[in-house]
Design a protein around this ligand. Structure first.
Ligand code: PAN
Ligand code: ZN
Length: 188
């Protein structure tokens, strides 16, 4: 039988009291996310294979709901920032919620029809991700970005599309400001 449970989450680190799963993504294995491959190489040479983000999950066996935290390191690669791979959900009828706990970032979303939107990730903001919108989070600050996510356990992840064609927009730092720019590598 599933029982109620309260899971403690540290808002600064994303550490969870009772994790049932976790993984980390490093710069080397996410290099394809970035425009400037020379900047990736330079950063790898200078700082090593830095951790970009860590995901910690909680699910009870048999539950239809899963939640967890994503904790993103601050960092820049060329004019871009550390980002998640980004994905659609395998099930096109499954949305998600992202609740930012600390840090600052941008949630970049793209509908299946190619419409782009952003939601600012600031502590206390709960973002609604509609079904069939690709989503990628980007740490635009200089501290860790920590958010809690909640979705259906059967949502699944489809990484292939974003991996191969990228997203239409990218989030960049230009003239000291965070801005949105069209992705020159986007393969429509
Ligand atoms: C999140 C993401 C997590 C890592 O849990 O999976 O932030 O991002 P990528 O999966 O794009 O690497 C979520 O959206 N789950 O559905
Ligand atoms: Zn998702």
């Amino acid at each position: 039988m599933m029982l109620p449970v309260g899971v403690a989450i540290d808002p600064k680190s994303g550490a969870m009291g009772q994790a049932t799963g976790r993984y980390a993504k490093h710069l080397g294995e996410t290099r394809g996310c970035y425009q400037d491959q020379a900047a990736v190489d330079a950063l790898l040479a200078a700082r090593g294979d830095l951790p970009v983000y860590e995901v910690v999950e909680f699910i009870q066996p048999g539950s239809d709901i899963i939640f967890g935290t994503t904790t993103m390191s601050p960092g820049q690669v060329g004019e871009e920032f550390f980002m998640t791979r980004g994905h659609f959900h395998q099930r096109r009828d499954r949305g998600e919620v992202y609740y930012t706990q600390s840090g600052r970032g941008v949630l970049l979303l793209e509908s299946r029809q190619g419409e782009s939107r952003t939601v600012d990730m600031v502590p206390g903001t709960c973002a609604f991700i509609p079904p069939d919108w690709a989503h990628r989070s980007i740490n635009t600050g200089d501290a860790p970005l920590v958010f809690v996510w909640v979705c259906n356990a059967d949502a699944g992840h489809d990484y292939a599309e974003i991996l191969t064609r990228g997203m239409r927009q990218m989030v960049v730092k230009r003239d000291g400001a965070v801005a949105l720019a069209p992705n020159p590598r986007y393969a429509a």
